[in-house]
Design a protein. Structure first.
Length: 169
């Protein structure tokens, strides 16, 4: 029986601490390209050693995608993440999670997780940096993420053969 999970992981606010120095007309703009969330490296290393597949699934513009990809590929994280995906719109995270057969998705955005859950109620959605939600499991930090994943019994994920290339940078 397979016990390896496919885990989709957001970047800003989950792997990278949101910076508050850059704002634009839409509000806060995340500019940091480093993975610097406390305990993220330890957690990703542990999950990788257990054989899980770790996928970065981030929404951003094309230039941010290029900068973030280079930053990660030039870091010690490059061997921990199976693949890096940058979607052109938040709703596309749902399609990518089904394409990858994700068992879990970790994000700090309720609207993203709500959209994923509506289209795939089997997936375990983890709201990062939160402590209470009626639909999504909550994790204040990466140690809680590890606990949630380790306590979850294996299940077959929902998958899709959708061509996702048009949704990605």
């Amino acid at each position: 029986m397979n016990t390896k999970f496919n885990i989709g992981i957001d970047f800003g606010g989950v792997l990278s601490i949101h910076d508050d120095k850059n704002t634009n007309m839409f509000g806060l703009e995340h500019r940091n390209t480093a993975i610097n969330m406390p305990f993220a490296h330890d957690a990703l290393s542990t999950l990788k050693k257990l054989g899980h597949n770790l996928y970065l699934i981030s929404f951003c513009g094309k230039n941010r995608a290029i900068e973030t990809r280079k930053s990660i590929e030039d870091s010690e994280y490059s061997n921990l993440l199976n693949s890096l995906y940058f979607v052109k719109g938040k709703p596309y995270k749902d399609k990518l999670c089904q394409y990858l057969g994700c068992h879990f998705v970790i994000d700090d955005s309720v609207d993203v997780l709500d959209n994923i859950k509506v289209h795939n109620d089997k997936i375990v959605t983890i709201l990062f940096d939160a402590d209470n939600h009626s639909v999504h499991k909550c994790a204040k930090d990466w140690y809680e993420v590890l606990r949630i994943i380790n306590e979850t019994e294996y299940f077959e994920p929902v998958t899709s053969t959708l061509n996702i290339s048009k949704y990605l940078y």
